[in-house]
Ligand binder design. Structure first.
Ligand code: UD1
Ligand code: CA
Length: 456
């Protein structure tokens, strides 16, 4: 793109009545991220400095997300239409070419904006609009052309029968010059069925003054605006499907692409195998040659290479070291660090625990607020009792090569030295030194002839 200044205004003040939800429309998650982060992310990729987001409905919540991306907000106190919204963005101080973007278009990509800006600049147009041809143009504004020349945008609600048949629709994405906005925005009126100030009306005014106004057709993806829950679900599906296709192209084995859910923010290494019903979310990274079996949910986790996550395991904000095995039916909660070659079996829950290399907890166990060394063997049914009556959490520390017999409990805070052995069924309340046996079982008692055989 040229050095000419480019600014942007993003419209995100509307209530989103058709969503029938208390959450502001632009904050509804699309494939795990608030809807508005998609157009904002695409603008960021173009390095546009002056991006102004018009907020109104649910202002405080929307502002948080906008500020996290590093852009500024302008308040539109009453939502009187898209034209009125641009005026709320302190429009008199805008400079250069101005991109105007609806905040409810999550499928937009940076190259869509880049191509659009280039076309407009090449044609020396005063205003341009991005359009698409849709089989079901529904409630979108229609593009009116005479002999191919773009004339006007008419909202579906203001269209007659003939205009409603038009398949080419308005994307709600425009570019114009700051001077054009300054000249025409104050002139638009609310003479329409919705009694709103339509931004699209500046086009008719510019045409009257014989300015060059262009409509550029692009991919239907660009026009896809979310106005209701159905469209929100379609947007999520579309982004997840693209992600799955991208991973297939990069050598990931996905057994049933239709039934695999992967958010765009996830990374998966080549040679990994993803089974059906898996849901990979957020900042998750899956290494090369991992196998993620059926029905696993993994969020914000780092899974190193050659790991097997067996079916129906749930992982959140954790790290799994290379060649480890987890599950089936394991739950790994936040801040857990499972070392290389560890084995975590069925019905094992881990929370805020660090496991050294080669440590095993194969069955029915809870380990929380704990630190375990290398090659520890945790028997079935072991519990670290981390939560005390004072409502505080305490830590269990277990050294290298410790053998913990089944059905043992550690009443934290407690520390077990290297190579120690814990007898099965023990409740450990005191520290056990290295190389020692710790056992708290009562001795077995035998009473001969305890049961009197029935007389016959
Ligand atoms: C708009 C276009 C329509 C186009 C469609 C594409 C107008 C008049 N119509 O219709 O031609 O086909 O987008 O998706 O522009 N907003 C504000 N303040 C307001 C009103 C709206 O900030 O006072 C924001 C909304 O939050 C939303 C965007 O502007 O992000 C578009 O508004 P919406 O009501 O969704 O317009 P559509 O009916 O979809
Ligand atoms: Ca819309």
């Amino acid at each position: 793109m040229s050095d000419q200044k480019l600014s942007a205004v993003v419209l995100a003040a509307g209530k989103g009545t058709r969503m029938k939800s208390p959450l502001p429309k632009v904050l509804h998650p699309v494939a795990g991220m608030p809807m508005i982060t998609y157009p904002l992310g695409a603008l960021k990729a173009l390095d546009i400095e002056d991006v102004r987001v018009v907020v109104g409905h649910g202002k405080a919540l929307v502002e948080k997300v906008v500020h996290s991306v590093g852009y500024s907000c302008f308040e539109q106190k009453e939502q009187k239409g898209t034209g009125h919204a641009v005026m709320a963005a302190d429009f008199k101080t805008l400079e250069g070419d101005v991109l105007i973007v609806n905040g409810d278009h999550p499928l937009i990509a940076p190259e869509d904006f880049a191509n659009f800006v280039n076309q407009y600049r090449e044609d020396h147009a005063a205003i341009a609009v991005m359009t698409s041809k849709l089989n079901n143009p529904g409630s979108y504004g229609r593009i009116i052309r005479h002999s191919g020349e773009f004339q006007a945008i008419v909202e579906a609600k203001d269209c007659g029968h003939e205009a409603l048949e038009i398949k080419e629709v308005n994307s709600g994405i425009y570019i114009t010059k700051a001077d054009v906005l300054r000249k025409y925005l104050p002139k638009i009126e609310a003479n329409n069925s919705q009694e709103e100030f339509y931004l699209t009306d500046i086009i008719a005014l510019a045409k009257q003054d014989k300015l060059t106004v262009k409509a550029y057709e692009s991919d239907p993806r660009v026009c896809f605006g979310v106005n209701d829950q159905r469209a929100l679900a379609t947007a999520t599906q579309s982004l997840m499907r693209s992600k799955v296709n991208q991973l297939l192209d990069n050598g990931v084995v996905i057994i049933d692409p239709q039934n695999t859910y992967i958010e765009p923010t996830v990374q998966v290494g080549a040679g990994a195998v993803i089974h059906p019903g898996t849901y990979l979310r957020g900042r998750t990274q899956i290494g090369q040659f991992c196998v993620i079996e059926m029905g696993c949910q993994i969020q914000d986790s780092l899974v190193e290479s050659n790991v097997i996550v067996k079916s129906h395991s749930v992982l959140e904000s954790c790290k799994i070291g290379e060649t480890a095995q987890v599950g089936p039916f394991a739950r790994i909660r936040p801040d857990s660090d499972v070392g290389k070659a560890c084995k975590i079996g069925n019905f094992v829950e881990l929370k805020k625990v660090k496991l050294g290399e080669g440590t095993k907890a194969s069955h029915l166990t809870y380990l929380g607020d704990a630190e375990l060394g290398k090659n520890v063997n945790i028997g079935c049914g072991t519990i670290t009792c981390n939560y005390a009556v004072d409502k505080k959490k305490y830590k269990t520390i277990i050294g290298d090569n410790v053998f913990v017999g089944s059905d043992s409990q550690f009443i934290a805070p407690v520390e077990i030295g290297d190579n120690a052995v814990i007898g099965s069924g023990s409740v450990i309340t005191k520290n056990v030194p290295a190389n020692a046996l710790g056992v708290t079982r009562a001795r077995q008692v035998i009473r001969e002839n305890y049961v009197t055989p029935e007389e016959n």
